[in-house]
Design a protein around this ligand. Structure first.
Ligand code: AMP
Length: 498
């Protein structure tokens, strides 16, 4: 091995390095060996300084970014479906990671079911008279002539999977969670898409008010942990018989008011009168206000079950609001139904952005040919969580830059590239995230990239450093550089980043 040479006072890297931006006040590094390249001294015409303004909201088109004209030949995404792009990473991962954390902390286990199911699964369970099945479901025949559907929700799939995977043999209840895409051919608008994500939890195999309360508090905590205030809206729609009796009563009342109803509700009168309770049409709202309330038609069992759920929520200090018109519209629900609405949109005078919902479904597994298996669950819309998180970040003027690796690794020359590869691997193993572009050769280009990524430090390795067994660590704000032994990079970076 060649003896280690003393680090040279002048590094080519230091000369070539373009300065990033006016130097922020950083503590001086301990061994400043290479020539400093503070921003002020940098050549005036560095493109980097212009192209990469340090702090900009990620949603805005950054200055100097090339505008790309999209050719007509380029296929567009399907209407109502969108890409999740890297600049949204922090919101999506926050929403997904919190889902996992919450679910696991309550003892739920991960489950994934196919996006395609037999169309009959949803038709039989969600119900034929519902908007989802009648108007929104993507149904098609596959090449074998089977009628399939892209799942519009996941509870029916979860119940199917419970039966087909023999989960009734597991200790009950079986508690599962998932995050996945749902598909509904809805009218696209802000917060409503044709492909959207839900975080869901299902507890199968137990009928107890504590189960319902646990799910409700979980959803509430999910939003709260993400910094989103929600109102829990809650109601009971009783058992199947209660509901049948109530529907007769409700239909009688609505018929007597038929002329006051909107056209859409008139059409629903025979197909799905419960849905009229959900109507946002002002014409319907006044009629619904006077309608008989389902709570008065509950059996003793359903009433006392509901009271117990509310008592547990009181105990857990979950604020809720009784919502007599909340019915959730899907056929499989029984007893408890609930929704989470964003408090801010209620306070702004709106009806409240619906963020998620769920309920009990004690007959669903049986309906699918399984044994008597009660269940309860929720589905929380992740796209809407992301919308709210973004809105909050903008309101609070939080910096929206991508949060990613804080170190860039630049290399000069073939030998250095090889060494860099190995060193980067080592850093990753140490849990240090590194950005780099090993396909680039010019240091200037790499430092420009480092500036664009907004990293605080760049590790530089050239021919000389390969021989010396060192690297240069450059502070991107001050331009200060220090030489570090290759074996100590991870420690040095950790020290610097502290
Ligand atoms: P639902 O079971 O239909 O009430 O859906 C539960 C949650 O999923 C809703 O509260 C929304 O947050 C979300 N969601 C439902 N439909 C859509 C959609 N078309 N686009 C985006 N999110 C949706």
């Amino acid at each position: 091995m060649p003896a280690k040479k003393k680090p040279a006072a002048k590094k080519p890297a230091a000369k070539k390095a373009p300065a990033k931006k006016p130097a922020a006040k950083k503590p001086a590094t301990k061994k400043v060996v290479a020539k400093k390249a503070p921003a002020k001294k940098a050549p005036a015409k560095k493109p980097v300084a212009k192209k990469a303004p340090a702090k900009k909201p990620a949603d805005k088109q950054p200055e100097g970014e090339i505008k790309i004209k999209i050719s007509k030949k380029t296929p567009q995404p399907v209407r109502g479906m969108k890409d999740i792009v890297p600049k949204e990473e922090r919101y999506w991962l926050a929403a997904r990671n919190k889902a996992q954390e919450i679910a696991q902390s309550y003892g739920f286990q991960y489950m994934e079911t196919p996006v395609l199911e037999d169309a009959a699964l949803f038709q039989r369970t969600i119900g034929k008279g519902t908007d989802i099945v009648e108007k929104e479901m993507y149904v098609f025949e596959d090449r074998d002539g089977r009628k399939l559907a892209l799942r519009p929700e996941l509870t029916a799939s979860a119940a199917r999977a419970y039966i087909t995977n023999g989960m009734l043999n597991l200790p009950q209840p079986v508690k599962t969670w998932y995050v996945g895409q749902m598909f509904r051919h809805d009218r696209p608008q802000a917060g409503r898409y044709r492909q959207f994500f839900q975080f869901g939890c299902e507890t199968l195999g137990e009928r107890h008010p504590a189960v319902d309360a646990e799910l409700i508090v979980m959803g509430y905590n999910y939003y709260r942990d993400l910094g989103i205030d929600t109102q829990v809206m809650i109601n009971s729609i009783g058992n199947v018989d209660d509901r049948q009796r109530y529907i007769v009563e409700l239909t009688g009342y609505l018929r007597s008011k038929r002329s006051y109803l909107s056209e859409e509700s008139k059409a629903r009168l025979t197909k799905n009168p419960l849905r009229i309770l959900d109507s946002k049409d002002p014409q319907d709202i006044s009629v619904v206000e006077e309608a008989p309330q389902i709570i008065d038609w509950l059996s003793e069992d359903s009433k006392s079950y509901f009271m117990k759920v509310l008592e547990y929520l009181d105990e857990l200090e979950v604020p809720y609001m009784l919502s007599p018109t909340l019915v959730r519209g899907l056929d499989y629900y029984t007893d408890t139904v609930f929704e989470y609405v964003e408090t801010a949109t209620v306070e702004e005078g709106g009806t409240g952005l619906a963020l998620g919902g769920g309920g009990r479904y004690d007959k669903l597994v049986e309906q699918l040919g399984g044994p008597e298996t009660p269940g309860c669950g929720f589905g929380l819309g992740i796209d809407r969580v992301v919308l709210v998180l973004k809105k909050q970040a903008e309101r609070d003027e939080l910096k929206l830059e991508e949060k990613g690796p804080t170190i860039f690794f630049a290399q000069l020359g073939e030998q250095a590239r090889r060494r860099a590869m190995a060193l980067i691997e080592g850093l990753r193993r140490e849990g240090i995230m590194v950005r780099h572009n090993l396909a680039k050769s010019a240091l200037k280009v790499q430092l420009e990239m480092a500036n664009k990524y907004n990293v605080t430090h760049t590790v530089i390795i050239g021919q000389k450093e390969v021989q010396d067994g060192t690297v240069i660590i450059r502070d991107m704000d001050s331009g200060n550089q220090e030489i570090v032994d290759q074996r100590k990079i991870a420690n040095e970076i950790r020290r610097i980043l502290k």
